[in-house]
Design a protein around this ligand. Structure first.
Ligand code: MN
Length: 228
């Protein structure tokens, strides 16, 4: 049906306290933004700066309830991350001005097929298959910054079947959110609707069908997923 071609759904996330949804334009991700996680991945944070990659906008899915196991992997990993949702954008944004572009925050999981990523790294190939698959970006409802204020510190954590796997403080990021926005906007023109996954702390690991994943960021939110 040609009509369906011109009526494509736009990926969105609910906003706490609003009836309208947040429209997702792009999903930027930052890798190696916590020193201990860089080390657990075999890197050296003293010589390897954080990196950027993207997921497709329609990889976003509300982090609530059942999430189908994606397949194409024997080693699906959790990476809990603070997600920033932009209400405006621009080019070459100064760190001092960056927070004015942030509409709100979410709690996200940068789902990663670690086996596919390791193969890609070894072969010098892109990470799309490992990082950009369907529903690879579960995110909570967006909490407007107007409700929680800027979030620069606080606990970020993730548990699998009630056992804590990741727990760190946001203040231990190598690049904080204003600096991430400044660096991203030197490369791409940022805009309203962009999501930024700000990196994961140490403790990433495998999750399996049937696992119950809970995660949260102080002041931002809490999510619960069942991998089905
Ligand atoms: Mn990540």
């Amino acid at each position: 049906m040609i009509s369906s071609l011109f009526d494509l759904p736009r990926p969105t996330l609910p906003i706490i306290g609003e009836t309208v949804a947040f429209p997702v334009r792009r999903i930027y991700c930052i890798g190696r933004n916590y020193a201990a996680h860089t080390r657990e991945m075999g890197g050296d944070p003293a010589i390897q700066a954080p990196i950027f990659f993207m997921k497709p906008a329609d990889a976003v899915t509300l982090a609530a309830g059942a999430l189908p196991f994606p397949g194409d992997t024997m080693d699906l990993h959790h990476e809990v991350e603070l997600v920033a949702a932009l209400g405006s954008g621009g080019r070459n944004i100064e760190p001092a001005d960056a927070m004015s572009t942030v509409y709100g925050y979410g709690v996200g999981i940068d789902l990663t097929k670690r086996d596919r990523q390791a193969e890609a790294k070894a072969a010098g190939q892109p990470w799309d298959r490992a990082k950009g698959f369907d529903r690879s970006a579960p995110v909570s409802e967006i909490r407007p910054l107007a409700r929680c204020g800027p979030v620069h510190s606080g606990r970020i954590w993730l548990a699998v079947n009630g056992e804590t796997r990741q727990s760190a403080d946001l203040s231990t990021m190598i690049w904080d959110l204003p600096n991430i926005i400044a660096k991203l906007s030197a490369i791409w023109t940022l805009a309203a609707g962009d999501l930024i996954f700000t990196g994961t702390p140490e403790g990433v690991g495998r999750i399996l069908p049937g696992d119950r994943i809970t995660a949260g960021v102080d002041e931002v939110g809490r999510i619960e997923l069942i991998l089905s």
